[in-house]
Ligand binder design. Sequence first.
Ligand code: LMR
Length: 326
Amino acid sequence: MAAALTGCGGGGGGEKAPSGDSAKKITVKFSHVVAETTPKGQAAIKFKEELEKSGQFEVQLFPSSQLYGDKEELEALKANNVQLIAPSVTKLVGFVPAFQLVDMPFLFASDQAAYNFYDGPKGQELMNSLEPQGMLGLGWWPNGSKHFTNSKKPLKKPEDFKGLKFRTQSGGVLDEQFKSLGAGSQTIAFGEVYQALNNKTVDGQENTFNNIDTQKYAEVQKYMTISAHGRLDYVVLTNTTFWNSLNDEQKKLFTDAMNTASQLERQMADELNAKSFETLKNSGKMEIYTLTEEDRQAFIKALQPVYDKYTEAIGKDYIEAARNSK
Ligand code: LMR
């Protein structure tokens, strides 16, 4: 049973002159690209609630690419125009290629294996790898497994992908994935994907059940294949300029609020993806196919070129740690 969702409007008012008490508060702008009814959206609201209890901070939330899209939010964070973002880690490929690990086909054995990797030494090392770029990781917010959707035909075997074109978030691993399946790909910002599917710029995309549901892709995608071929997970980032401006007490308030929000995020990831799957199934709008073990093996074989090409760029140590995580 899913917990009740919380909503709290879209922030705004960032440029208003603060009055009264808020004059003394530190403003934290948190920008993200998804709806509030997502694990990330709900955790962001929780973070705001927790941090504001201290009376020292005002957290302004900007969901649904309201303030910045995929690329812009990274630039805005580095420029300290926002103090928090939680991008899908694939989008960090330009800074640290190892983040594409989540896209390596069929790498993690389960959600729990992914969580254990993130919480373990290699996950922490990966999160800290952005510091030389002025970005500081505050927590992993996993979302879940990705599944394929498209408007043309059921996708059951690797050869079914031939000639289709898919949206990707970013990075060479995803391009190589689709190339290995005989398909084309195009990087499109999350906020523009519905439109791109609707006007047939691309035939399909890959995402979590919850993103597919909350973005209403079923309106423009007739087929979904439950493949769990890769993951979509987030890392919460602040910038070092902002972080270094906080005193030790404020840093502790910040990390405590983040830990509470991170706990809720994992619970929400489980609950909201399960709920969205039921919604998609019950809507009757999509024809849904689940890969059999035999299909899965065929995909693993067809996608071997992704490992041949990217294992070194990502790091054998990361791949091994992810594969061995239980
Ligand atoms: C996507 O671009 O598909 C995702 O990164 C969106 C998100 O943040 O969940």
